[in-house]
Design a binder for this molecule. Structure first.
Ligand code: FE2
Length: 365
């Protein structure tokens, strides 16, 4: 494989959500998911049109942003998409070069390189558009020592529920429209220099009713993994179609967050009221035949409804939350890898059957 090094990425810098009420959403990520308060920007810090809360757990940084005025593009985004992911920010050493390399290769500019400065130093930002209204912002923070970035001040409330052991972003999945998967696969290949990791075809990921196609794009150092899904023809509406209908277009479907103790993490999240997809009892009747020997006690995994899958490199444990807003759109995955480098293909059928039950309950199947 040809190694393309024109866009060295150090990791995911942050994920920014545009929401209807950032104050309340930030509280949810604190209390339910155990994110820790980091920084705040709003009227008190001189922001006139928006408020943002920055939360962190392990290496995962969420920015929760809302509009303060109806004329704001944030309000427009929220009107169309509901609560959703606007920005998948990528950590770079040189945001000017990242912008030039990607726009030279055909990316549409979202933000020309711009230095922002305060008493803690300088951050340089630039950005490009990706699928739907989603964007990538390149963040160069090597000369910055403040809590988050200029414009934000430290946010240090007394209320700080403990974390739940989430460590880093494992992957972020994009849902794109009918027949658009290969276009976005080519975009990540050509514009960002990513390689394709694995490909499932629709026969792999289908049930009686629903189907999807998915290709996984990954950067050089494997720190950034972006599976791209498109709907495939099934007897009834797939969850990808449902997402696209309610999100009004392409967008980020789920953020997978890694833990090294999924039993502890899921147990804690459930205690705090995070809702997960229902996994049927029958799943556990056949799972051991499929995945063979694992370190964990299967009874505990069954009790917590954790999914298991195996590939040639090892196995993984995972579970998916229900959508975290009223529209059936964005959700989260909790994942623990024990060698496996794949994404739980063997669980897709079991997962889909579980999702279809939920869709049928909403009358949208
Ligand atoms: Fe995933």
């Amino acid at each position: 494989m040809e190694q393309k090094n024109f866009l060295p990425l150090k990791g995911t810098d942050y994920v920014e959500f545009y929401v209807g009420n950032a104050k309340q959403a930030a509280h949810y990520y604190q209390s339910a998911f155990g994110f820790q308060p980091v920084a705040y920007a709003g009227l008190e810090t001189g922001m006139k049109d928006r408020a943002s809360y920055v939360l962190r757990q392990g290496k995962i940084t969420f920015v929760i942003t809302t509009a303060l005025i109806p004329e704001s593009p944030i309000a427009e985004h929220h009107k169309i998409h509901g609560d959703g992911i606007k920005t998948i920010a990528l950590w770079v050493d040189d945001a000017r070069k990242a912008w030039k390399e990607t726009t030279d290769r055909g990316a549409r500019s979202y933000m020309e390189p711009k230095p922002i400065i305060d008493e803690y130093g300088e951050v340089i930002l630039s950005g490009i558009h990706t699928y739907g209204d989603t964007v990538h912002v390149f963040v160069d923070r090597k000369n910055y020592f403040g809590p988050f970035m200029p414009g934000f001040r430290k946010w240090d409330p007394e209320y700080k529920p403990s974390d739940v052991g989430l460590q880093f972003v494992d992957h972020i999945v994009g849902n794109v429209g009918w027949g658009e998967m290969n276009k976005w696969v080519a975009f990540y290949g050509k514009v960002l220099g990513f390689e394709q990791l694995i490909s499932f075809d629709d026969k792999d990921i289908s049930t009686d009713y629903t189907a999807l196609m998915s290709k996984v794009m990954v950067n050089n150092n494997m720190r950034i993994k972006f599976p791209i899904n498109e709907p495939a023809e099934g007897k009834k509406k797939s969850q990808i179609e449902e997402y696209i209908e309610f999100y009004r277009g392409s967008g980020a479907q789920h953020v997978a967050m890694a833990t090294d103790n999924i039993i502890k993490t899921i147990g804690e999240l459930k205690k705090r009221g995070v809702e997960f997809l229902h996994v049927p009892d029958t799943y556990y009747e056949s799972v051991i035949d499929r995945v063979k020997e694992i370190d964990e006690d299967i009874e505990i995994l069954k009790k917590l409804r954790i999914l298991i899958d195996r590939d040639e490199d090892g196995y993984l444990l995972q579970l998916f939350t229900k959508p975290v807003e009223d529209r059936p759109t964005v959700f989260f995955e909790i994942i623990q890898r024990k060698g496996a480098k794949s994404f739980g293909k063997g669980n897709f059928k079991a997962l889909f059957e579980a999702i279809e039950l939920e869709q049928s309950n909403r009358g949208t199947l």
